[in-house]
Design a protein around this ligand. Structure first.
Ligand SMILES: [Zn+2]
Length: 95
């Protein structure tokens, strides 16, 4: 047991170039689903201003981990965004 520890320490110290610690804590603000706050049962595809917060400038949908939208509302949002694209309120991905 002790012998192993000695060997491990020796190997680590022989490589001083390797960063010893990588500690940067990302202060993650707890995101809450905006639609849950509003108790939305449906998301209107005509509310482009709202939808635009959940898509990139290219019209791509933002991942849930970035927007904090819950799974239920993310599905509704995806539907709304697709409809908005069809009626040309939002651009299609890649255009
Ligand atoms: Zn929600």
């Amino acid at each position: 047991m002790e012998d192993n520890n000695v060997v491990a320490t020796a190997t680590e110290s022989s490589a001083p170039a390797a960063p010893a610690k990588k500690s940067y804590k990302r202060v993650s603000k707890k995101k809450v689903c905006q639609f849950c706050i509003e108790k939305a049962n449906a998301i209107d595809y005509k509310e482009v201003g709202k939808l635009k917060k959940y898509v990139t400038e290219k019209g791509k949908m933002l991942p849930r981990r970035m927007t904090g939208v819950c799974a239920k509302h993310q599905r509704m949002l995806a539907e709304a965004v697709k409809r908005a694209r069809i009626v040309a309120l939002l651009p299609f991905k890649g255009e």
